[in-house]
Design a protein around this ligand. Structure first.
Ligand SMILES: [Cu+2]
Length: 294
């Protein structure tokens, strides 16, 4: 008897766990934080901005709905197998139609889909663009690095290459660290324009809920807003050639004051308006070291 009770408790825990621990609850609170994938992560990466928060909220809502549906169908199946098997029910009913039931099992699923579709479409449009952006950043994918431009901040333009394994500093993440971070201010609406210089890439930053294809000859708009200071890691997630795994994205979110200070420095170093235009600290050299080895 106690065995059965224990089994039932274990089963209930497994079934109800997703309801009790939604993905958003897994967010660890840290200062000097880094947003990156972690071993054995079950849910999504914790949200670092409003878009990701909305994505997690929709995910949690759908998770509750599908859990209830699965439980309902499971119980129904169990009941049919138990109550209406040949032994217990030797003379089966000959019913072949039940209009009320048929209308219900059509209309209720449609209603459930509508209930899911409304917040889903709202989210798609929310992710689409920001009105009144505080600044614009242009992201260009290349084989195999990212190029970042700040067109409304003195035409700053620089390339961001992966840091090869043998040049990593302690604490830097392998395959996710770059030589020049994409620096952004926190609590600002940042318009992001994504394009490509060669093949299709994808600008993917999970903690911010941002993912846009980088397509040559096309500019695709999206936006982001970072709600805390720290380092956010992302990567190209569209297979773009042999160096695909070696074009990570590192965003450094800083306060407005630090951002202004960085802009002054970056304008000297990276601005196309500054003369003579310096090389980006020799990214080509680093690129030569990061050739993919098979
Ligand atoms: Cu890629």
């Amino acid at each position: 008897m106690t065995m059965l009770r224990r089994l039932r408790a274990a089963l209930l825990t497994i079934l109800l766990l997703p309801l009790v621990v939604p993905a958003s609850a897994a967010a660890p609170a840290q200062n000097n934080a880094v947003a990156a994938p972690a071993p054995w992560e079950m849910g999504m990466q914790p949200a670092w901005g409003p878009i990701k928060r909305e994505i997690i909220a929709l995910h949690d809502m759908v998770l509750v709905i599908i859990t209830l549906i699965t439980l309902f169908v499971g119980v129904l199946l169990g009941w049919v197998m138990y109550r209406y098997n040949a032994r217990r029910n030797p003379v089966p009913s000959r019913t072949s139609h039940n209009p009320v039931l048929e209308i219900l099992w059509t209309v209720i699923p449609v209603l459930i889909l509508v209930i899911i579709a409304i917040p889903s479409f709202r989210l798609v449009y929310y992710e689409d663009r920001t009105f009144d952006p505080d600044l614009t950043i242009k992201v260009t994918g290349h084989q195999w690095y990212w190029e970042y431009s700040y067109p409304d901040n003195g035409n700053i333009d620089f390339s961001s290459y992966i840091v090869p394994d043998d040049k990593l500093q302690p604490g830097q993440l392998r395959l996710l660290t770059v030589d020049h971070d994409l620096v952004v201010p926190v609590h600002k609406n940042i318009r992001v324009l994504v394009t490509s210089g060669d093949v299709i890439h994808s600008f993917f930053v999970p903690a911010l809920g941002v993912q846009r294809y980088a397509i040559p000859g096309r500019t695709i708009e999206t936006w982001m807003r970072v709600s805390r200071e720290g380092i956010i890691h992302g990567e190209c997630n569209q297979i773009c050639g042999t160096g695909h795994s070696r074009m990570p994205i590192t965003i450094r979110a800083v306060s407005e004051k630090e951002f202004q200070a960085w802009l002054v420095q970056a304008k000297k170093e990276f601005s196309a308006d500054a003369a003579p235009a310096p090389n980006n600290g020799g990214p080509r050299q680093i690129a030569a070291n990061t050739e993919v080895q098979h």
